[in-house]
Design a protein around this ligand. Structure first.
Ligand code: SF4
Ligand code: MG
Length: 337
C-alpha cells in the first residue's frame, strides 16, 4: 500500500481533514523465477507506483516486500542489500535512464563494479563488458562500448539499460513500460529479447504495461489494476481470453486486436469510456462503479475484495458479480451476457 500525502491548503487545515493520494491499496503479487507477470492498467492506475515500491525507490505506507521469504524492510540490513542487487529495474525512458555525458563502457563498468566487485584486471573487465553487450545482441560489442547514449537509437539504449541490469546478475527484473517509448517496429524485438533472457537466466520479470494485448503475448500471468487496486489476476490466457472483471473487458474491448501484436499501439492508454477516478477521494464501494455497465446498488457502498473464481485455480477477481455466495451458481462469463 502506498499513499502520498497531499500538501494541505488553508481550507483543509481549517477543517482538519488530512488527505492523501491512494496510489496503491492492498496489492499482493508474487514473482517467480522463469515467469513473467504483467501488471496492466491505465495511466494513473498505480502500476508504476507498484514498480517503484518493489524497487524500494520509496517507502511503503503498509505491507512488506520479501525475498525468498525474508522481509527486506530493514534498510541496510542483509536482506535489503541482497534485494538491491537481485532485483533490478528497467525504466520506461531509455533517453533519461542513461547519463548523456558518459559512454556505454562507463555505465556498464560502473554496474559491474558495484554489483560484482569487478576489480582492476582490465582483460577480465573487457571480457565482462563484451559478454553483457552480447547478451542484449549489441554486436560486435566494440562498436558500441565507446559510444555515448545519443549516438544510439532508442531500442539500442533500452538494450544497454537491460545489459546494465544484467550486470548485477539479478533474479528479477522490474520493467516499467520498457517498450512504450520505442518505435512500434522495434518493440517486439525488445520483448523477445527479454523473453530469451528470462529463459537463459531463469529470471522473474514484472512487465508493466497499459497494453493488455502485449501482456497476453509476453506474460505467463496477468494482473489488472484499476485506481490503485488489483481487480483481476490469473494466467494470461484466462485473463485475456475469459476476462471476468468488467474493467478487464473494457480494456480488452478498447485495445487493438490482441492477435496482431505488431499493432501494439503507443496510444492505447485511456481508451476506455470515461476517466479514471480521483485517487484523493476515490469512489466509495467498488472504485470502478462510476464507469461500470454492470454496477449494482451494493457496488456504490461495499468494497469488493478479490476472490478466486471459476474453475481455473488462481483466477481472481474483485467484483460483486462474483460474490462468494454466488460464484458456484454463476460461473464467469455467464454474468456478462
Ligand atoms: Fe462493476 Fe460492481 Fe463489479 Fe465493481 S463490483 S466491477 S461496479 S459489477
Ligand atoms: Mg507509468
Amino acid at each position: 500500500t502506498k499513499h502520498f500525502p497531499v500538501r494541505r491548503n488553508l481550507r483543509s487545515l481549517m477543517s482538519r481533514t488530512s488527505s492523501a493520494v491512494h496510489a496503491v491499496d492492498d496489492v499482493h503479487l508474487a514473482l517467480r523465477r522463469g515467469r513473467v507477470v504483467a501488471l496492466v492498467g491505465e495511466s494513473g492506475s498505480g502500476k508504476s507506483t507498484v514498480a517503484r515500491l518493489l524497487a524500494q525507490l520509496y517507502p511503503r505506507t503498509d505491507g512488506d516486500i520479501k525475498l525468498h521469504g525474508a522481509s527486506t524492510t530493514v534498510k541496510g540490513g542483509r536482506a535489503f542489500r541482497q534485494y538491491a542487487t537481485r532485483v533490478q529495474m528497467v525504466f520506461q525512458d531509455p533517453f533519461a535512464s542513461l547519463n548523456p555525458v558518459h559512454t556505454i563502457r562507463y555505465h556498464l563498468t560502473r554496474a559491474l563494479r558495484i554489483h560484482q566487485h569487478a576489480g582492476s584486471d582490465t582483460a577480465e573487465l573487457e571480457r565482462a563488458l563484451h559478454e553483457l553487450l552480447d547478451r542484449v545482441a549489441l554486436t560486435p560489442p566494440e562498436r558500441y562500448l565507446d559510444k555515448f547514449p545519443h549516438e544510439l537509437s532508442g531500442g539500442q539504449r533500452q538494450r544497454v539499460a537491460i545489459a546494465r541490469a544484467l550486470a548485477a546478475n539479478p533474479e528479477a527484473l522490474l520493467a516499467d513500460e520498457p517498450v512504450s517509448m520505442l518505435d512500434v517496429s522495434i518493440r517486439l524485438g525488445v520483448l523477445n529479447l527479454l523473453r530469451d533472457l528470462k529463459e537463459r537466466f531463469n529470471l522473474a520479470i514484472l512487465y508493466i504495461t497499459h497494453d493488455i494485448a502485449s501482456a497476453r503475448y509476453f506474460a505467463d500471468e496477468t494482473m489488472v489494476m484499476y485506481a490503485g487496486r488489483m481487480v483481476e489476476a490469473g494466467d494470461s490466457e484466462t485473463v485475456t481470453q475469459s476476462p471476468a472483471h468488467p474493467y478487464t473487458r473494457l480494456l480488452i474491448d478498447s485495445a487493438p486486436d490482441p492477435d496482431r501484436i505488431e499493432n501494439m499501439a503507443s496510444d492505447s492508454t485511456d481508451r476506455g469510456n470515461g476517466e479514471p477516478p480521483s485517487l484523493i477521494h476515490p469512489p466509495a464501494g467498488c472504485r470502478f462503479h462510476p464507469r461500470c455497465p454492470m454496477a449494482m446498488p451494493r457496488c456504490t457502498t461495499d468494497l469488493p475484495t478479490p476472490i478466486e473464481i471459476g474453475d481455473k485455480p488462481g483466477h481472481w477477481a474483485a467484483c460483486w458479480l462474483y460474490d462468494e455466495a454466488t460464484v458456484a451458481a454463476q460461473p464467469p462469463g455467464s454474468a456478462a451476457a
